[in-house]
Design a protein around this ligand. Sequence first.
Ligand SMILES: Cc1cc2nc3c(=O)[nH]c(=O)nc-3n(C[C@H](O)[C@H](O)[C@H](O)COP(=O)(O)OP(=O)(O)OC[C@H]3O[C@@H](n4cnc5c(N)ncnc54)[C@H](O)[C@@H]3O)c2cc1C
Ligand SMILES: *[C@@H]1O[C@H](CO)[C@@H](O)[C@H](O)[C@H]1NC(C)=O
Ligand SMILES: *[C@@H]1O[C@H](CO)[C@@H](O)[C@H](O)[C@H]1NC(C)=O
Ligand SMILES: *[C@@H]1O[C@H](CO)[C@@H](O)[C@H](O)[C@H]1NC(C)=O
Ligand SMILES: *[C@@H]1O[C@H](CO)[C@@H](O)[C@H](O)[C@H]1NC(C)=O
Ligand SMILES: *[C@@H]1O[C@H](CO)[C@@H](O)[C@H](O)[C@H]1NC(C)=O
Length: 506
Amino acid sequence: MRADESRHPLQKLTAILSGAGVAGITAAQVLSNQSIHDFIIVEYNSEIGGRMKHTSFGKDANGHPFTVELGANWIQGLGTPGGPQNPIWTLAQKYHVKNTYSNYSSIATFDETGAHDYTDLIDEFENAYTTLEQDAGTILLENLQDRSVRAGLSLSGWKPKKNMRKQAVEWWEWDWEYAWEPELSSQVFGIVNYNTTFYQWSDENNFVIDQRGFSTWLEGEVSTFLAKNDSRLRLNTIITNVTYDDKGVTVYDKNGGCIRADYAICTFSLGVLQQDAVDFQPPFPDWKQQGIETFAMGTYTKIFLQFPPDKVFWDKSTQYFLYADPDTRGYYPVWQSLDTPGFLEGSGIIFVTVVHDESYRVEQQSDDVTKQEVLAVLRDMFGADNVPDPIAFMYPRWSLEPWAYGSYSNWPQDVTLEMHQNLRANVGRLYFAGEATSAEYFGFLQGAWYEGQLVGTEIASCIKGRCSGETHYEDLHGTTPLKDYSLRNGWMVSSFQTDGLSCSRI
Ligand SMILES: Cc1cc2nc3c(=O)[nH]c(=O)nc-3n(C[C@H](O)[C@H](O)[C@H](O)COP(=O)(O)OP(=O)(O)OC[C@H]3O[C@@H](n4cnc5c(N)ncnc54)[C@H](O)[C@@H]3O)c2cc1C
Ligand SMILES: *[C@@H]1O[C@H](CO)[C@@H](O)[C@H](O)[C@H]1NC(C)=O
Ligand SMILES: *[C@@H]1O[C@H](CO)[C@@H](O)[C@H](O)[C@H]1NC(C)=O
Ligand SMILES: *[C@@H]1O[C@H](CO)[C@@H](O)[C@H](O)[C@H]1NC(C)=O
Ligand SMILES: *[C@@H]1O[C@H](CO)[C@@H](O)[C@H](O)[C@H]1NC(C)=O
Ligand SMILES: *[C@@H]1O[C@H](CO)[C@@H](O)[C@H](O)[C@H]1NC(C)=O
């Protein structure tokens, strides 16, 4: 930060945005759109985008590296022509972000003895899932007690127990999306999350392969309101302390610099808040701290391998390969080919994903140990003689990243909407936004975008003298009446009310 600000910390500034991810940048754009220009965006990293982050990996035939996404990779629930669209889909199209239809039906199944077709178990799971989502609707509509996805699936007749093929199928259908087991996930809010994205827009997912990176659209949007080298964007600036009250907010960086403003928006990930990575003074009130600690941060780790392109050993027309380990659920289960038509054809790249406990384990061990483990699995799946050593190997360590401490949030079974609202609500003039504060779209880019837009609009009203603050609950009430559901776009409640009226009760 500039030295003159340290000497004059009380300079008049309207807003500080802590974090230049999707939520922070979107909130800044709202302020700009409303002719509020005296804000500063403070960002830990040397670029914008936050958890929408890419890197270089491997080499093509000319020696040029490929770009792969370490974080967000899919545009999820695209939309119908003329109908409602995921705002991320709209923005990706605006900037011609290159992407391909991700075909979840293009899957081959394996276990430790090679290829075996157990795709019928996927159909069996999906039947149970239909019951799970209908039951979730009833629970929400009638304000009944929530329960775990494990209990909900069990009640729907899905009981995988020690059947490792069933466990692999369940992992592909649940953990791969929510980065957390069914035991630790809310039936109601997990389904709300699925429905609002995939039934409101469409059930399609497109996978981004743009060699400029997924964040191209966000850089495009930033350039509509910030000049190149704009002094309002402070990159490489690590916030260590924040003080707040009813008059304003001051943020301090690692080098002792500080900025004061009338309002601030904190978009740090839930992981950063839970790890106490930043000191807030005064300490948060109990209702706020409980809101932070009761929600859950997941970890989702993509492990990339490049093989010699002329020695690719998997079927290039298949997008996904599911592996059922005989001993451990979630042990290197979902493999994705990028050397497939429409993706990075000819690249020889494949990657495998682990989440949660397996992520913690893998992220704490060396590249070498992990490489040997994944190669052993590939050799079981495809035959030891067919799988050569990779020519490139790499994975991020999201759970250890001090600006993220995890990948994205998940809704635990014992969290009510009131508790989640406490995670969202402002304390004094310090406001919060990000994927985790979205009740409908938590875990998704669209969650960060909607929450950034909402909080930006709220701050803009405050600045113009119409400030109400956000509701919080000092006392919690167990379940959540539907009428308390604070919505961004009203879609869910209205569609529920229709569902409720159209179904005949026995
Ligand atoms: C592995 C992975 C896979 C994902 N897959 C998908 C997907 O396919 N589709 C999808 O829609 N979503 C996906 N997501 C989720 C998506 O990336 C997030 O929802 C979204 O990027 C969150 O944006 P945000 O603005 O809320 O938070 P962030 O992007 O985390 O932005 C917060 C910013 O605050 C900064 N910050 C943190 N601490 C400090 C500090 N002390 N000082 C200064 N700055 C600080 C951070 O550097 C960061 O830039 C994935 C995420 C990960 C990690
Ligand atoms: C800001 O205004 C532009 C132009 O009208 C619009 O495209 C954009 O979506 C607005 N930004 C937000 C975050 O609402
Ligand atoms: C998806 O894959 C399945 C199985 O290979 C195939 O039948 C289907 O046509 C594919 N869908 C699209 C849109 O490519
Ligand atoms: C989710 O959508 C399904 C299918 O339309 C519906 O039956 C169910 O009630 C919805 N549940 C929730 C919680 O939105
Ligand atoms: C931005 O700053 C860099 C480094 O300070 C400088 O090299 C570059 O010319 C600047 N660009 C513009 C457009 O001012
Ligand atoms: C920042 O917080 C740390 C505790 O984490 C504290 O020791 C330090 O004094 C604080 N600095 C400022 C400027 O408030």
